[in-house]
Design a protein around this ligand. Structure first.
Ligand code: ADP
Length: 207
């Protein structure tokens, strides 16, 4: 996915699990950005009846499906989480399909600014593909609490997922802009508004 494929400027939006990427993506969409969500694309490429799902089943067996033949993402995640070899196998199936879909969606993006929302931008060394990367930062204990509440995870499970991610300091060092989502939604919205009228005003197209 190269931003030059898109008719509008593209920025990345990233952050740790449950830091608030979707929340911030929704706010940017309200401000007038076209948001492409990598997690959503990851669901689309393995939706019922897709070649992607067929490949996943060929690789991991029917036990990763639920009673209706849909992918049971929790079961699959549980299986690949602890096994780097299995995870690589899954990524080899998903990543090219997600990248292709992302390319299509960004090429079709309309509006003032396109936003590619993805958990792994720094980890995959892709920040150079964007005009800048906006990091959603969050106090780690708050992030843990939000993750547990949203995904109904126990303390150990939630901590394991957080530990698997890039250290926050490293992310902050690599970000172009940072929004701190440790406060209220209103507080986050105010920060985004300042960014939208500030640095992003120079970048985005006039409405
Ligand atoms: P991500 O997309 O990074 O995984 P989400 O946007 O889904 O994170 O946010 C994680 C959880 O925290 C969600 O349940 C969301 O509603 C909640 N949340 C996000 N930001 C705030 C906030 N500022 N105050 C309270 N709850 C929040």
């Amino acid at each position: 996915m190269a931003p030059s494929d898109s008719p509008v400027p593209v920025i990345g939006l990233t952050g740790g699990i449950a830091s608030g990427k979707s929340t911030v993506g929704g706010m940017l969409a309200q401000l007038g950005a076209a948001v492409v969500d990598a997690d959503q694309l990851a669901r689309e490429v393995v939706a019922l009846g897709t070649p992607g799902l067929q490949e996943v089943v060929a690789a991991f067996g029917k036990e990763v499906l639920d009673g209706e033949g849909r992918l049971d993402r929790g079961r699959l995640a549980g299986r690949v989480f602890a096994d780097p070899e299995e995870r690589r196998r899954l990524e080899q199936i998903l990543h090219p399909r997600i990248a292709e879909l992302a390319r299509d969606r960004l090429a079709a993006a309309r509006g003032q600014l396109a936003v590619y929302q993805a958990p792994l931008i720094f980890e995959t060394g892709r920040e150079g593909e964007f005009q800048g990367v906006l990091l959603v930062d969050c106090d780690p204990e708050l992030q843990l609490a939000r993750l547990r509440a949203r995904d109904r995870l126990g303390e150990a499970g939630a901590r394991a997922r957080l530990a698997a991610q890039l250290p926050a300091a490293e992310r902050r060092r690599r970000a172009t802009w940072i929004v701190d989502n440790s406060g209220s939604l209103e507080d986050t919205r105010a920060q985004l508004h300042r960014l939208w009228e500030g640095d992003l005003a120079a970048l985005r197209r006039s409405p």
